[in-house]
Design a protein around this ligand. Structure first.
Ligand SMILES: Cc1cc2nc3c(=O)[nH]c(=O)nc-3n(C[C@H](O)[C@H](O)[C@H](O)COP(=O)(O)OP(=O)(O)OC[C@H]3O[C@@H](n4cnc5c(N)ncnc54)[C@H](O)[C@@H]3O)c2cc1C
Length: 413
């Protein structure tokens, strides 16, 4: 589309950020008749194939996310590339006895979720976005400014001009420029921890199980991927992050095996690794007139329970439903009163999950005697109470109450 056409159109919605959450939001709206412009600052590679090398960033997707991605028509693209169902989750502690085993079989579920590389999810969503005639994509775009005039948001883009819309959706990640330009404040908490991530091959099979060990440094996790391949999440105090990245492959393999208490034997191969400092962020507001934030632009969370993108996809589905309901009722979908419904729907749920992660972090981070006393009976007891285990896993897998339609009912397969 020419620059003149881009600036002459009044877009129903402009989504800024074409990551997993932004592209899902754009698709949900466009597949229901809205004219959407999807802006992304980096080119997106959709040619990603099943035999591509394993990527650093991996997400564990819940059933609710699976339904959203199926309903958006992106699941097939994920299956065609690469995904790995896991059927169990095993949790244990470095300093106290007892282990908790969650199993799909106990819950009469086919699996407890899927581990999928983030690039795979994004590529499958973009494949659909490119094929959708109501979506115009614009990559390599640089936002210069944001203003609000005449019940519209005006976005100024370098080399293009002013784009106008009734609703700007900020889906541009943890360091959201849209959030900053809209002057929305942020509540933050530094966990003083980094997650070192990447894929490794282990001597023993992961048995399609995610393994999580709590140590005095923080948790260590193996997320099952391909044949004896697991994605690791190794949580360390931030000042050890560089040390972990600088280790030779051989030293790194030894440290990983040690951190996992040799649960899958030795580590025999390591792939590219990366590290992410962990910060909880929560935007003071998710909405303003003609603006809404979704995904990491609105909140980031400790990744130990793998909930970040799952919460973001629920934001996307809730915002889509709120906007479509308003459109159907002939209401201005960019109005504050409409957008507040979305904020009320999602902010409390996201805050609850953030706080529960903080409780876990506090309980398992250090081995101070008081915490060890509290922890000691916890895992053996939790393992015995099957209904508690199944309830906890059911909440994580299927989501809590008031799920948006896209996450609840399967329309497409
Ligand atoms: C170590 C680690 C492990 C994790 N594991 C899990 C897990 O197992 N399960 C889970 O659910 N979550 C997990 N998460 C969280 C998950 O990765 C994030 O919640 C998720 O990536 C957020 O998606 P998003 O689309 O909101 O943001 P992002 O993935 O950050 O995407 C933002 C997009 O916006 C684009 N962008 C940025 N600025 C601009 C701009 N100015 N203009 C245009 N485009 C822009 C970016 O290029 C990017 O494509 C983990 C996080 C970490 C750090």
């Amino acid at each position: 589309m020419s620059n003149a056409n881009l600036t002459n159109t009044i877009w129903d919605v402009i989504v800024v950020g074409g990551g997993m959450v932004g592209s899902a939001t754009a698709l949900g709206l466009a597949q229901n008749g809205m004219r959407v412009l999807l802006l992304e600052k980096q080119a997106v590679d959709i040619s990603w194939q099943a035999d591509s090398p394993y990527q650093v960033r991996v997400s564990a997707l819940t059933r609710a996310s699976e339904k959203i991605l199926k309903n958006l028509g992106a699941w097939q693209g994920i299956e065609d590339r690469r995904l790995h169902p896991f059927v169990a989750m095993h949790v244990w502690d470095e300093i106290t006895p007892g282990e908790v085993h969650f199993s799909a079989q106990d819950m009469q579920e086919p699996n407890l979720g899927y581990t999928v590389e983030n690039n795979v999810i994004q590529a499958a969503l973009w494949e659909q976005a490119i094929a959708c005639e109501n979506i115009t994509t614009l990559v390599d775009s640089k936002i210069e400014g944001l203003a609000f005039e005449d019940d519209q948001a005006w976005l100024s883009i370098e080399g293009i001009g002013i784009l106008k819309t009734q609703l700007v959706v900020g889906a541009d990640g943890a360091f959201s420029k849209i959030r900053q330009l809209a002057n929305i404040g942020l509540d933050t908490h530094d966990y003083e921890q980094s997650a070192v991530v990447g894929c490794v091959k282990t001597e023993l099979s992961h048995q399609d199980t995610c393994w999580q060990r709590y140590t005095s440094n923080g948790p260590f996790a193996y997320l099952s991927m391909g044949n004896n391949v697991s994605s690791i999440a190794w949580y360390l105090p931030t000042d050890k992050q560089q040390w972990a990245l600088n280790l030779s492959d051989e030293e790194f393999a030894k440290e990983i095996a040690k951190a996992s208490d040799y649960r899958l034997g030795q580590v025999v191969e390591v792939a590219e690794r990366g590290a992410f400092p962990l910060v909880r962020r929560h935007a003071e507001h998710y909405v303003k007139p003609n603006l809404a934030l979704v995904g990491d632009a609105a909140h980031t969370i400790h990744p130990q329970a793998g909930q970040g993108v799952n919460l973001g996809l629920l934001d996307a589905a809730a915002l889509v439903e709120t906007v479509l309901n308003a459109k159907q009722a002939d209401k201005a979908w960019g109005s504050f009163s409409v957008l507040r419904k979305y904020e009320r729907w999602r902010r409390g749920d996201n805050a609850l999950v953030q706080r529960s992660m903080e409780g876990f972090d506090w309980l398992f981070k250090q081995d101070a005697s008081l915490k060890a006393i509290i922890r000691k009976p916890l895992l053996p007891l939790a393992n015995k109470l099957t209904w508690v285990k199944n309830w906890l896993m059911g909440q994580a897998l299927n989501g809590r109450e008031a799920l948006p339609k896209l996450a609840k009912t399967l329309v497409k397969n």
